[in-house]
Design a protein around this ligand. Structure first.
Ligand code: NZQ
Ligand code: ZN
Length: 432
C-alpha cells in the first residue's frame, strides 16, 4: 500500500515505478527496500511550477491606482458587484469616482448573488458582448469575483456559460479581471478558479483555468470593516479549510510549506475572533485578508497532490440548500476529521495539534488527534459562534445519497483518505 501511494505521488519516473508497484503484490518489504532507496528522492518530492501573476495593491489608500490599472486594458469597464453592500458602505462611490477620473466608460452588472448563479453570469456576458467591454472590475467578495471570471470567459463563448463549468465548452479566452476585495474568505482575488451555482440543476460546480486569474487585485483591509461578524466567521472557516485541505495530505513535500501553512492557520485562529469583536481592528482585518489570498493562490500547494475532500462535500450542500459556504465547511470539517482518523493518519493530526493548537507533543498520536478535533470544533462553534449541525439549518438526510454521489463523481475522492459515496454519506449523517 505504501508503495502504491508513493507511486501515485511520483509522476516523473512512472515506468520504473510501475514495475515496482506491480512487484509489490508479490514481494515482501525487504525485497522492495533497495528499489525504494533508489527512487526515494523522486518519491518524496514532486516537481511543480510556481506562477502567481496577480499584481496586488495591499493596504489603505491604494485605490488611487485603480484608474491607471484599468486603462492598461482599455476604455470600457464593466463594474460587477453584489447585492448592495458596496453602496451602503460608500465603496461604490469611491470606485466610480476613480473610473470617472480616469476618463473611462462605465457599464454595470449589479445583483450577483452569494453562491452566484449562472443566470447572472450569462447576464454579465451578454452585456460584455453587446457593449464591447474591455475589462471587468469586480468589487465584492468571492461570489462577485467568481461570477466576474465566468462573465469574462463567457464573453468568448456563444452559448450558456454553464457549458464551461461542466467542461462541455473550453475556455478560449477571458476578459481581463481586476478586483477590489471586500471580504476575506475565498482567495478568488488571487486564484484561477471560481464556483457557480445552477439552481435548476441543483448543482454547484467549480472550474479553474489560468486565464481566469485576476490581473490586479486591490486588497484594502478597511474595505472589510463592514463585514458582519457572521460573514467574518464563515470567511475565516473557509480560509482555514483551504489550508487544511492541502495540509492534511499523506504526500511528503517541502517541510517549509507545512510551516507556512501552520503559521497561516495560527493567524486565522488568532485574528478571526478579534475581527468579529472589533470589526475595525486593522491588524486583524489585514492579517485575515492576506491569509485568505495565500491560503489558495497556489503557493502552499508545492508538489502535493491536490484532491480536496471537504470542499466537494460542501459544494453539494450549498448547491441544494443555498447555505453559506464557510458555514458548511465548519460543520463538515470536524466530522470529516473524525471519520478519517486512524493509526496511519493520526501523526498528521498530532503535528497540527502541536504546531497550531498548542497540544502537548508528549501525547500519543491518537490521543492528540482526538484533542485536535475537539479543539477545532470548539473554535468553529464556540469562538466563531457558528451552527454545529446541519439539522439546526433545517437540513435532513433526504438528499444525502444523491449529494454524496455527486461529491465523489460516482467514484472516489482521493483526498487525505479515499472516500467513496458510502463514506461521504456517513460523514453527512454525522453532521445531522
Ligand atoms: O452581495 P454583497 O452586497 O456583496 O454582500 C455580501 C454577501 O451578502 C456580503 N459582503 C461582502 N463584502 C461585504 C459584505 N457585507 C458588508 N460589507 C462588506 N465589505 O457578504 C455576503 C457573502 O458574500 P460572498 O461574496 O458570497 O462571500 P464569499 O467571499 O465567502 O464567497 C463565497 C462564494 O465563493 C465560493 C463559494 O463556494 C461561494 O459561492 N468559493 C470560491 C472559491 C474560489 N474562487 O477559489 C473557493 C472557495 O472554496 C469557495 O468555494
Ligand atoms: Zn472554500
Amino acid at each position: 500500500m505504501f508503495f502504491v501511494k508513493a507511486h501515485k505521488n511520483c509522476r516523473t519516473s512512472e515506468n520504473s515505478l510501475d514495475a515496482l508497484v506491480a512487484e509489490c503484490g508479490k514481494l515482501n518489504v525487504k525485497t522492495v527496500r533497495p528499489y525504494f532507496e533508489l527512487f526515494k528522492e523522486e518519491l518524496f518530492m514532486n516537481s511543480f511550477i510556481y506562477h502567481i501573476p496577480t499584481k496586488v495593491y495591499f493596504g489603505k489608500n491604494q485605490l488611487g491606482h485603480l484608474g491607471e490599472e484599468l486603462k492598461k486594458y482599455g476604455k470600457r469597464v464593466l463594474l460587477v458587484y453584489g447585492g448592495g453592500s458596496i453602496k451602503k458602505n460608500g465603496l461604490y462611490d469611491k470606485v466610480v469616482a476613480e473610473i470617472n477620473k480616469a476618463g473611462l466608460e462605465l457599464f454595470e452588472c449589479p445583483g450577483i448573488e452569494p453562491n452566484p448563479r449562472v443566470s447572472s453570469v450569462n447576464r454579465g456576458a451578454s452585456i460584455c458582448k453587446k457593449e464591447k467591454i474591455d475589462v471587468i472590475l469586480a468589487v465584492g467578495g468571492g461570489s462577485t469575483i467568481d461570477a466576474a471570471k465566468f462573465i469574462g470567459a463567457g464573453t468568448y463563448y456563444d452559448g450558456d456559460a454553464w457549458d464551461i463549468l461542466t467542461g462541455k465548452a473550453a475556455v478560449t479566452n477571458c476578459l481581463p479581471i481586476i478586483t477590489v476585495l471586500t471580504l476575506a474568505a475565498t482567495g478568488s482575488e488571487m486564484d484561477d478558479c471560481g464556483v457557480i451555482s445552477n439552481p435548476e440543476a441543483k448543482d454547484k460546480l467549480g472550474f479553474g483555468h489560468p486565464l481566469l486569474r485576476p490581473k490586479v487585485s486591490f486588497l484594502d483591509p478597511t474595505n472589510t470593516y463592514t463585514v458582519s461578524a457572521y460573514q467574518t466567521a464563515c470567511g475565516s472557516a473557509d480560509i482555514l479549510s483551504h489550508i487544511i485541505e492541502v495540509y492534511f495530505n499523506m504526500d511528503k513535500d517541502l517541510a517549509m510549506l507545512d510551516s507556512v501553512m501552520e503559521a497561516l492557520m495560527k493567524t486565522v485562529i488568532h485574528y478571526a475572533p478579534i475581527a468579529m469583536k472589533e470589526p475595525t481592528d486593522y491588524e486583524a482585518r489585514a492579517n485575515l485578508m492576506w491569509a485568505s489570498s495565500w491560503a489558495i493562490n497556489g503557493f502552499i500547494d508545492g508538489g502535493k497532490s491536490q484532491e480536496w475532500s471537504c470542499h466537494p462535500m460542501e459544494h453539494e450542500i450549498s448547491a441544494v440548500y443555498d447555505i453559506t459556504h464557510g458555514l458548511g465547511l465548519a460543520i463538515l470539517t470536524p466530522r470529516w476529521m473524525e471519520y478519517t482518523l486512524d493509526e496511519t493518519t493520526a501523526p498528521k493530526f498530532r503535528q497540527f495539534g502541536c504546531n497550531v493548537l498548542g497540544i502537548s507533543s508528549s501525547l500519543p498520536a491518537m490521543e492528540a488527534a482526538k484533542q485536535v478535533i475537539q479543539k477545532l470544533a470548539d473554535f468553529f462553534y464556540k469562538d466563531l459562534g457558528l451552527n454545529s449541525t446541519l439539522s439546526s439549518l433545517g437540513i435532513d438526510s433526504s438528499n444525502f445519497a444523491s449529494m454524496a454521489k455527486k461529491a465523489c463523481g460516482g467514484g472516489i475522492l482521493h483526498g487525505f483518505k479515499p472516500l467513496n459515496q458510502n463514506d461521504i454519506e456517513k460523514i453527512y449523517r454525522m453532521c445531522i
